[in-house]
Design a protein around this ligand. Sequence first.
Ligand SMILES: *[C@@H]1O[C@H](CO)[C@@H](O)[C@H](O)[C@H]1NC(C)=O
Ligand SMILES: *[C@@H]1O[C@H](CO)[C@@H](O)[C@H](O)[C@H]1NC(C)=O
Ligand SMILES: *[C@@H]1O[C@H](CO)[C@@H](O)[C@H](O)[C@H]1NC(C)=O
Ligand SMILES: *[C@@H]1O[C@H](CO)[C@@H](O)[C@H](O)[C@H]1NC(C)=O
Ligand SMILES: CC(=O)N[C@H]1CO[C@H](CO)[C@@H](O)[C@@H]1O
Length: 578
Amino acid sequence: MKYVVVSGGVISGIGKGVLASSTGMLLKTLGLKVTSIKIDPYMNLDAGTMSPLEHGECFVLNDGGETDLDLGNYERYLNVTLTKDHNITTGKIYSHVIAKERKGDYLGKTVQVVPHLTNAIQDWIERVSKIPVDNTGLEPDVCIIELGGTVGDIESAPFVEALRQFQFRVGRENFALIHVSLVPVIHGEQKTKPTQAAIKDLRSLGLTPDMIACRCTEKLDQPTIDKIAMFCHVGPEQVVNVHDVNSTYHVPLLLLEQKMIHYLAERLSISKIELSIEDTQRGDDLLQRWKNLTSNIDESLETVKIALVGKYTNLKDSYLSTIKALEHSSMRCKRKLEIIWVEASDLEPETNENVENKAKFHHAWNCISIADGILVPGGFGSRGTEGMVLAAKWARENNIPYLGVCLGLQIATIEFVRNVLGNKNGTSAEFFPESNEEDHVVVYMPEIDKENMGGTMRLGLRPTIFEHDTEWSKIRKLYGGGSQVEERHRHRYEINPKLIESLENHGLKFVGRDETGQRCEILELENHPYFVATQYHPEYMSKVLDPSTPFLGLVAAASDMLNEVIEARTSETGKADF
Ligand SMILES: *[C@@H]1O[C@H](CO)[C@@H](O)[C@H](O)[C@H]1NC(C)=O
Ligand SMILES: *[C@@H]1O[C@H](CO)[C@@H](O)[C@H](O)[C@H]1NC(C)=O
Ligand SMILES: *[C@@H]1O[C@H](CO)[C@@H](O)[C@H](O)[C@H]1NC(C)=O
Ligand SMILES: *[C@@H]1O[C@H](CO)[C@@H](O)[C@H](O)[C@H]1NC(C)=O
Ligand SMILES: CC(=O)N[C@H]1CO[C@H](CO)[C@@H](O)[C@@H]1O
């Protein structure tokens, strides 16, 4: 097993994750099987209970693990399926060590950060890196380890020490380190001092950089590269230039141009790993597909406008997977994506007539009216839901493509109950628990515990079965016409099963259900260009080269090419086109 550690210096948030996943992607193009581990130096045990306001999105894995959004990044770039063990936080490692101490595993010795905690970290990395992550079911060849935060922080110290020891445990030819640094441009001059200082810090902790990836707004000049090489005691070929490019999907090609992967392959003696012809071919094919994709981006001229009607719209990180799924889909459709952020509560007619509210109201409705497609993503709580209901009504009545995800499905159903079935009091037990029970369109799932927050949701990968008379369904055709699909869930509420019959009689069809046949998983409106909603979260499974199906459907319908995509997806030969 080869380990590539990606650490960061100077400041955080300069794209370490993108660099790490791009490096992994490039190693895959050599035909290798690549996995990844994310280390987060914070105390939280899981991301499920962390506020999206502070932390960005909570990402859900197949096994139901709720993790940091970076694992999503690896799944999307590397086309792998990770488990909840692929995330290591300080809290998890400590509780693991404490549990061992309680069991008496340390034989009453004094338990210390070094060696007990650092050993636990190393054991964990070794164990988790061997978990198969793709459909071959084989142990991966390379593991990318992203160390969160910046080297030198108090928080990351035990991890840095563990990695220092780890390079000796696994041997030099199996361990490489990429340090991501920042080169600011001040008065037109590229400054290398921060990088020099960051490398000095790194070396003082016993780690040696094999590559220094320099983030910069512009291309590094040769003298800058030479200077960094000289002062940081590396060769110029070890200094990689990662300047701003017009999309993060261009980063792998930028690294490829600089022969970064050749250096890494040599350093890690990759040539000693035996690869079959199929492996190499798969790698070449992957590279070609990636190149095609980036040229799709550069050639996209027409724009597709998607209105995202949500709640934290000023905190866009909390919708990261949703945005990525839209990006993947637009790249496939060769459209330039324009996301129009609509704060749902602004769509609600204000009782209070102040000028600022009026302006927001008009602005929000203007956004809705120019959108080619409307998306209501998942979310919790009741604020803004009336606005979302109005947006769903607009989409239904004006034949605008609509995708509802989780809460978006419940919203679409409430709207339908109110305006088609005629029960104006229809609502959700989540928004108004004290309301009349007959009016509950959305109810609490009986098997879930109401008292305890966190870890009590319907979580992870579950099958959805298509109903037998749904051959007409656009979403089913988009999925390839099979009889079932598997997607990831994260919810506590569901559509009231008592309403199924009257909803279906009026044209809102429950085309996909869970194994019991009771719980609604996918609904679709007949006689509408594209009105689809899913109880699950399809965005979590979207991959750069394999966009999520419901999202692809939305973008295709909004770009007037739904029929073309459906044709490609249901035919054997055309599948690769979309
Ligand atoms: C991604 O992996 C899945 C199985 O794990 C495979 O079926 C699919 O073809 C892969 N996609 C790409 C673009 O390689
Ligand atoms: C990439 O695009 C070229 C030209 O458009 C096409 O011939 C080729 O089949 C594509 N390759 C892959 C792997 O999709
Ligand atoms: C993106 O960058 C490439 C060169 O790296 C350029 O050819 C292309 O026109 C750019 N695309 C856009 C949309 O700016
Ligand atoms: C809605 O609720 C109000 C007040 O609770 C009630 O008067 C009215 O009859 C209800 N309407 C329907 C259609 O149930
Ligand atoms: C390695 C590790 O700490 N894995 C943890 C990831 O998060 C889940 C909870 O979401 C824990 O159960 C795992 O132990």
